[in-house]
Design a protein around this ligand. Structure first.
Ligand SMILES: Nc1nc2c(ncn2[C@@H]2O[C@H](COP(=O)(O)OP(=O)(O)OP(=O)(O)O)[C@@H](O)[C@H]2O)c(=O)[nH]1
Ligand SMILES: [Mg+2]
Length: 689
């Protein structure tokens, strides 16, 4: 179909005419937003009833809830339209430069927030640090490591050549001292497309024109990430969208970058181009998402305006993607959405004439056939185009994932803390009331509680340490066993092949078995660590409840301290990293034909694959396990701090003599406050249901 794509290059600079369209699609988030609102109201009430410190805690929880920012990483094929789609989703058609030169490895995070003011818009750009930069330059990134390991000298030379060229270019653009910039960051109190271009967009055409290169794409060589903070009143809540470079690049340094970006979000949108859907060429992409839960992957098949017959082609594309995912152990149930960033841009800018009637008709027939829009709809033209663009469906899918994923987890977490805060206040009321009615109760010794609290804290921290050490040891045994048995099995299969077919016929071995083994080991580890963390948290909560009972005679029937929910382990996206066995093709052929003698084959193969996969094992046992251990400890520490605060204030209160209770709560107003507190607690209980 013929479309005028120039609108995507010269879209309205900042304020698009139809930004109101951005709120279409987020309706599904309403139940979550309602719950979040009543939780915030309950917190305000608790803050009002309590003393200054309680009020501060309640405010902090309120802030956490209001500014929680679920994030979504966009990944996908080169030129599938990730950037154009992101620009449309944030209502700024020309914000991030589309058609970025393949050298660029910048991950751009757009923080969209309805609660900040337009004057709070800002941007931060971070450069690679020395270590990352030298890894790329000295060893040519992962591909260099891989090439040298596989003995592919020719490729190695090519990589080295490109790296040198890149270094020269950077020098020319940034001056001899450019390395001083490494590890730094630049901050701006505004953003616009020109500023962003200077940091993320490196066009080849700048090379000969040094003057231009001073302004455009000046820092792009060494920029690692860009953060843009944007006022976006149409969004129902803060969201972060991360745009990443396409995955299939020669340096594979971007693969590492994408892996990290996926790890940082709990949802990812995989953008594919309709005319190249998903095939075995995209194995690197499939491997990356294979280690993320199906529910957390959304597939956007973009550029649907380019299909001549969407009614028939779309179902075929859908089937073919499903089949590819199934055949290659991908997230086979991932939701598939058909989009056109182009239509979305036209709708936003009000340039409806950019899309020809034929395209609109074809897409409408498809949308009607699928029941996505009514035949006799009364949509305004820009609304129709926006709905046809599929962007509202992407928003709806994101909304769904938030409602039952990150959002729900956050509600649970904050509601638990709020209930504990309310329980603390309730206990305070009881202490005050007891004092009012029975002045013979001896005040608590000041040191008594502190001793008890430090004992609980050190017990809890060491139990957590022991529990996690045990779980990690178990994981280590399991994963090392999987790794060893894979190497043995693969080498065994190689020898068998050599015996039966000789060394003329190239042997191939699919490494997905290793990934499945390691993934299973990781999943078991994730479950075990959550279980162990939960046990320690529950035991600690019981200890605190005991303190309330023993030291303050709190007797309320329903009284209890709630243990926080254990943190959720991140997906092992790293397992998707490309290894030599995945490359097959010419490399593998060359490796194969260079070897002579069965023994050489077997030992060298085992060595190479061992060296390729060991870093994955190391990283799972290192940074992944550490992150889980740290997260568990942090959850416990936050819980301890919260309880220490509440209980210390209570002790202070109980230590006071009669008539001196004003600091914590006003004794005279106790009954009224008690009633308000009951209301707040009832609201919290309802949220838990
Ligand atoms: N017709 C049509 N063209 C599109 C659409 N989305 C993007 N394009 C075009 O596709 C080209 C690539 O778009 P980008 O947004 O740069 O794609 P990308 O996936 O970010 O590319 P890389 O970051 O380089 O991997 C550009 O020329 C866009 O104008 C679409 O929905 N329809
Ligand atoms: Mg892009």
């Amino acid at each position: 179909m013929k479309v005028d794509t120039s609108i995507m290059e010269n879209g309205a600079a900042s304020a698009v005419g139809n930004a109101h369209l951005l709120s279409r699609g987020f309706e599904g988030l309403n139940p979550f937003l309602e719950k979040s609102k009543s939780l915030r109201q309950a917190l305000v009430r608790i803050g009002k009833i309590g003393d200054k410190a309680t009020n501060r805690s309640a405010r902090r929880l309120h802030h956490q809830l209001k500014h929680a920012e679920p994030s979504i990483t966009m990944i996908g094929q080169v030129k599938a339209g990730k950037t154009t789609l992101v620009n449309a989703m944030v209502g700024h058609p020309d914000l991030l430069p589309a058609d970025v030169n393949p050298w660029t490895s910048v991950v751009t995070s757009l923080h969209l927030n309805p609660h900040i003011l337009p004057e709070d818009n800002r941007a931060t750009f971070r450069f690679f640090d020395m270590e990352e930069w030298s890894r790329l330059l000295d060893r040519g990134g992962r591909i260099g490591e891989l090439a040298s390991r596989a003995g592919a000298e020719e490729e190695m030379d090519k990589v080295r050549e490109q790296v040198l060229e890149m270094r020269e270019k950077s020098k020319k653009r940034l001056g001899d001292k450019f390395e001083l910039l490494l590890g730094q960051q630049h901050e701006y109190g505004y953003f616009d497309s020109e500023l962003i271009e200077r940091y993320v967009c490196l066009g080849d055409d700048f090379e000969d024109d040094f003057e231009t290169s001073q302004s455009q794409g000046r820092f792009a060589d060494i920029t690692k990430s860009a953060e843009v903070f944007m006022h976006r009143p149409e969004y129902p809540m803060p969201l972060c969208l991360r745009d990443t470079p396409g995955v299939n690049d020669t340096f594979m340094i971007r693969e590492q970058i994408t892996i990290r970006a996926i790890r940082e979000s709990r949802m990812c949108v995989v953008v594919l181009a309709a005319h190249q859907a998903l095939s075995s060429v995209d194995m690197a992409l499939i491997r990356l998402i294979a280690n993320v839960k199906s529910r957390e992957v959304i597939i956007a098949v973009n550029r649907c305006d380019e299909l001549s017959d969407p009614v028939n082609q779309i179902p075929e594309i859908r089937d073919s993607i499903r089949k590819t995912l199934k055949d290659h152990d991908g997230p086979k149930d991932a939701q598939i959405i058909f989009t056109s960033a182009f239509c979305a841009t036209a709708a936003l800018t009000g340039r409806l004439d950019a899309v020809d009637d034929q395209t609109i008709e074809a897409l409408s027939s498809w949308a009607i056939a699928e029941g996505r829009i009514e035949e006799n709809h009364s949509l305004k033209p820009e609304e129709l185009l926006w709905d046809l663009s599929g962007v509202p469906d992407v928003f709806a899918a994101i909304g769904d994932r938030i409602s039952d994923g990150t959002g729900q987890d956050l509600l649970d977490k904050i509601a638990k803390s709020a209930r504990n805060l309310a329980n603390g206040l309730n206990a305070a009321h009881q202490v005050v009331t007891a004092r009012e009615t029975d002045t013979s109760l001896p005040p608590l010794e000041p040191g008594q509680l502190q001793g008890e609290l430090s004992r609980i804290e050190s017990d809890a921290m060491s139990s957590m340490d022991d529990a996690m050490t045990g779980v990690i040891e178990d994981f280590k045994t399991r994963i090392e066993r999987s790794h060893r048995s894979f190497l043995e099995r693969a080498t065994g299969s190689l020898l068998k092949h050599l015996e039966s077919k000789g060394d003329e016929e190239v042997w191939e071995y699919d490494p997905s078995g290793l990934r499945i083994l390691m993934r299973t080991a990781y999943q078991v580890f994730g479950r075990n660590s959550q279980k162990a963390t939960k046990e320690v948290l529950i035991r600690t909560a019981e200890q605190y409840a005991g303190v309330y009972h023993r030291m303050f005679n709190v007797s309320d029937e329903g009284f209890g301290i709630e243990a926080p929910t254990p943190p959720r382990p991140a997906s092992p996206v790293l397992l998707g990293q490309t290894i030599a066995l995945d490359l097959k093709g010419t490399w593998w052929n060359r490796w194969w034909h260079k070897r002579r003698g069965y023994r050489t084959f077997a030992t060298e193969f085992a060595e190479m694959i061992g060296a390729e996969t060991q870093p994955i094992v190391d990283s799972l046992l290192g940074s992944h396990s550490d992150a889980i251990r740290e997260a568990s400890k942090q959850t416990l520490q936050e819980f301890i701090t919260e309880q220490n605060g509440i209980l210390s204030r209570l002790a202070e209160e109980a230590g006071k003599t009669e008539g001196d209770h004003t600091a914590l709560i006003d004794a005279a107003g106790v009954s009224e406050k008690q009633a308000q507190l009951k209301q707040a607690m009832a609201a919290l209980t309802e949220l838990a249901a």
